[in-house]
Design a protein around this ligand. Structure first.
Ligand code: ZN
Length: 224
């Protein structure tokens, strides 16, 4: 492609987003004339969604949730890292201020971040990020190494990482204190599968996980 063709292509793909935005806004307006007035009045989402940045997993589209129903945080490989100010601020705001009822950590099979973490190689700035997944591998090394095929081991690491991120959500003061006071939010671990577009519920036992971490990580006033 010549540089003229490239710049024409770039301006077309940029403008296409605005065309789609106008189409969306007028369709919503036609469907419900009060739609934008309701949105501008404020948000009261029931869900905090923590998902992968992967472009193929748009939280609202795969769950059918509409505007205003989910507070969304996405990063590479849906990690919840306790020194990540961004993720911690999102959890604090969603739980303590928006008072969401559910926190969902949603991973997906075929996650490039998890795959990269399984590859022992220097990946520059990605090293400290992916190390969180390598740490999950180390925690479950015996189980993972006993799995025969590379693909099955990869799938299992995706699941184990989601469970570990759920545990990290539960370790936060916001979640522990809100749950002690109001009995919500409940933390869920899900995995999206490209094969059929379905979500698998890993059936995290929130209560049991909370009690199991509170021996060491308790941040409520109650003794555990
Ligand atoms: Zn991913």
């Amino acid at each position: 492609m010549s540089s003229d063709e490239i710049s024409r292509y770039l301006s077309q793909s940029h403008d296409a987003v605005f065309a789609r935005n106008r189409a969306w806004a007028s369709a919503e307006q036609a469907r419900d004339p009060t739609f934008f007035a309701k949105l501008s009045a404020g948000q009261k989402p029931e869900y905090l969604w923590i998902g992968c940045s992967d472009s193929r997993i748009p939280a609202e589209q795969i769950t059918g949730l509409g505007a205003g129903e989910a507070f969304v945080h996405r990063n590479i490989a849906n990690l919840v890292v306790n020194a990540d100010l961004n993720a911690m601020a999102v959890i604090e705001y969603a739980v303590a201020h928006l008072r969401v009822k559910h926190v969902v950590v949603c991973g997906h099979y075929g996650c490039g971040g998890v795959k990269a973490a399984m590859t022992p190689k220097d990946l520059g700035l990605l090293n400290p990020w992916l190390r969180n997944i390598r740490d999950v591998y180390r925690l479950h090394e015996a189980e993972l190494d006993a799995i025969e095929t590379e693909d099955a081991r990869y799938d299992r690491l995706v699941e184990l990482s989601v469970v570990e991120q759920c545990r990290n959500v539960i370790k936060t003061a916001a979640v522990q204190q809100s749950y002690e006071r109001d009995h919500f939010p409940i933390v869920h671990g899900w995995v999206f599968d490209f094969k059929d577009g379905l979500l698998k519920d890993l059936k995290i036992n929130h209560e049991e996980m909370l009690h199991s971490i509170q021996k060491i990580y308790n941040l409520t006033k109650e003794k555990h």
